[in-house]
Ligand binder design. Structure first.
Ligand SMILES: NC(=O)c1ccc[n+]([C@@H]2O[C@H](COP(=O)([O-])OP(=O)(O)OC[C@H]3O[C@@H](n4cnc5c(N)ncnc54)[C@H](OP(=O)(O)O)[C@@H]3O)[C@@H](O)[C@H]2O)c1
Length: 318
């Protein structure tokens, strides 16, 4: 038997239940992972609340969670013994992505979305990485920022923002980022020039001025990880919509801005070939805002929805 966090109707965090479910069998090209930790992402509560589904109803029980770390406990056909991608084996520590269902004791994962976990990473750390790292890496590639450029990141203290900022810094890019005052010292330590986004409307209207003061050389590109109505200002600051990418504002097209979607995503192998060495030597850090046990996934969603995280929330599985 296995256990999984699921919901049968859209709603607040209270619709989540921890259910007993049959142990899933891996299909061809899949492994079953005994989950030790799973990262929490905005997409989890956006799916659970129905926000992403425009009023349609989930059909039957639906799992949550799109990233995980754990150990392989069963192999599907064509996987392992040197025959499958990477030659996976039972007991091996891995981390990766799934479309849903990672908040569970067991999850089925395609080997194409799986990476071997180095022994210097903890399960909690590894589970926090796939979404934030792949998204940040993809957004930087789409923006094509290179050494000497100045990049503005909205919501730089969140999971994606922090990874994007550190990756950009490692590539010689200057980074300015919006965050609340409490994050500024932490951000300066990472080499980011912090700018307050401002709580009230008047404050927010002055944000462009604060960015110009923090980046007198000008802004070459903008990554919007905030989704809080910053696209018009960003286009103006960067000098054109083609210099702006949002991962969080569904009105991107209204501004001629590219929305970078996680559907498909970039190959984890390629992404982590650059990122794992940075993590290993401490040049990239992903702080954990908080961890929760699996049965408290609803509380993890509540905290995620409040939208003021430094880094990631992770759920641990016994
Ligand atoms: N399209 C994709 O592929 C993709 C992939 C991953 C995530 N996303 C989306 O991208 C967004 C960011 O994801 P995430 O995981 O980085 O989020 P997160 O970890 O929840 O980060 C939220 C951050 O937003 C900041 N924030 C709150 N209000 C703000 C404001 N008015 N202006 C600027 N920053 C503000 C917070 O900073 P303070 O604590 O300083 O307030 C916090 O650090 C979410 O909407 C998520 O759903 C999209």
């Amino acid at each position: 038997m296995s256990q999984a966090i699921r919901y049968v109707r859209y709603g607040g965090p209270e619709v989540l239940t921890l259910d007993d479910v049959p142990l899933p069998d891996p299909g061809p090209g899949q492994v079953r992972v005994a989950v030790r930790a799973t990262g929490v992402n905005g997409i989890d509560w956006k799916l659970r609340s129905g926000f992403m589904d425009r009023g349609r109803r989930p059909v039957g029980p639906t799992g949550v969670g799109v990233e995980f770390a754990g150990t392989i406990d069963a192999l599907g056909a064509g996987v392992g013994s040197g025959k499958g991608v990477g030659g996976w084996s039972a007991g091996q520590a891995v981390f990766g992505r799934v479309p849903s269902g990672a908040a569970a004791t067991h999850v089925l994962a395609d080997t194409g979305n799986l990476l071997a976990m180095p022994d210097w990473l903890s399960f909690e750390q590894a589970a926090a990485l796939p979404v934030a790292v792949e998204t940040a890496w993809r957004a930087l590639r789409e923006l094509d920022v290179t050494e000497g450029h100045t990049l503005l990141i909205h919501a730089v203290a969140g999971g994606v923002g922090l990874v994007a900022a550190q990756l950009a810094r490692a590539r010689g890019v200057r980074v300015v980022g919006t965050a609340s005052q409490a994050r500024h010292d932490f951000l300066r330590d990472l080499g980011v020039r912090p700018v307050e986004y401002g709580e009230d409307r008047e404050d927010r209207e002055d944000m462009a001025e604060r960015v110009r003061a923090a980046a007198p050389e000008g802004v070459d590109a903008v990554l919007d990880a905030s989704g809080r109505d910053v696209l018009a200002m960003s286009v103006e600051l960067a000098g054109g919509p083609d210099r702006v990418v949002t991962i969080a504002d569904g009105r991107a097209a209204e501004y001629g801005v590219r929305f970078s979607s996680g559907v498909g995503g970039s190959p984890l192998e390629e992404v982590f070939a650059e990122v794992l060495p940075l993590l290993e030597r401490g040049a990239l850090r992903v702080p954990l805002e908080r961890t929760f046990p699996l049965e408290r996934t609803a509380d993890a969603h509540r905290l995620s929805e409040q939208g003021h995280l430094l880094g990631k929330i992770v759920i641990t599985v016994p």
